[in-house]
Design a protein around this ligand. Sequence first.
Ligand SMILES: Cc1ncc(COP(=O)(O)O)c(C=O)c1O
Length: 409
Amino acid sequence: MTQSNMLSIRAEFPSLNRLHHGEPLVYFDGPAGTQVPGSVMQAMTAYYVTHNANTHGQFVTTQESDKMLAEMRESVAAFLGARDTSTISIGANMTTLAFSLSRAFARAFKPGDEVVITQLDHEANRGPWLALEERGILVREVALRSDGTLDDEDMRQKITSHTRLVCIGMASNALGTVNNVALARELSSKVGAWLLLDAVHFAPHFLIDVEALQTDFLLCSAYKFYGPHVGLLYARPGLLDQLEPDRLRTQDQHAPFRIETGTQNHAALSGVKAAIEFIAALGHGSTLRQRLAQAMTTIGEHERAVAVELADRLRVIDGLTIYGPGFAGGRRAPTISFTLGRLSAEDVCRRLGERGICAWDGHFYAIRAMEVLGLLDRGGVTRMGICMYNTHDEAKRVAAAIERVRKSA
Ligand SMILES: Cc1ncc(COP(=O)(O)O)c(C=O)c1O
């Protein structure tokens, strides 16, 4: 990405102008939620100013709301590579959608059936499936290796003829690992099990193509890709209609509405549409999907370059240990977690926070991974999340600040 492209992208985000003790804040907290461009804020405000109404009525604002929701679903379908909008459902957030699916799976599975999860995943892609144990369903865990990757051999062992569902993250929000979901698909297909992908950490950094992934379910969250707090579910055509999610008799009984309870957050949903259009505007092409595909390549290359620069600068700091796979070995999310000598991650983040650097400490809900890696007792790790608006200068500033934190400890 050229310097002038970068400046024009940054100019779209009002919050990037914020100063802290006279210096711009560095937002390396994207994995917990990215900053929001002005166009997304304007879309949400415009909804309240002009179109605010409930759905399916006989007057102008309700009809405009229906139209906006239909267009939002088209945008999300393009973002995920889905063929039609009947596959796209909305929820409060990813976790709430996963719990709702879990209750539907409880009605579809029988005692003795098995579900496979992983030790690397965020609890949102573990807890809802572990809850199935109450119904006599066996939940098996694919092991995490010390290099921060999942053990493929263990996955082969854990997926058996009893497996009904395999739940795996596409990318780790804690270590940046990009998982071998093709293997999970191959193994789950062989035994006739459904595949459910948590794409929350993957979506901001790489193009998703649900058709190529041949996934049954995919979940993600718009606040991780420059939108507001909304959860999104893709369910393969026809699949949601086979399930019995919690719902009212008064609501639409068919996919994609079948799992959408109550009134949705319409203003936020107009923001979701605007966020996808914002990303697409960074690419070229005659369709929204083509523009998104090109934009995601540009974003991914830029993020990777900044993350590699940061990792190279961090690696030479005395006593600093980076967890997760290296960048040389193929696809990896631009998310770098580390420990610094004996300092707790909370201490590191507090000292960085004083210097205007926003970074998270702890386990980030990937608590099982931190347990397995032996990092939980020492307070987890410090996480640096790179996204589209982060720069090489920020990487240099942050690395220098970490070196100063080390020296002053
Ligand atoms: C990988 C991953 N999965 C799931 C979630 C949960 O998403 P939500 O906050 O939308 O429930 C998160 C949130 O941090 C995440 O990073």
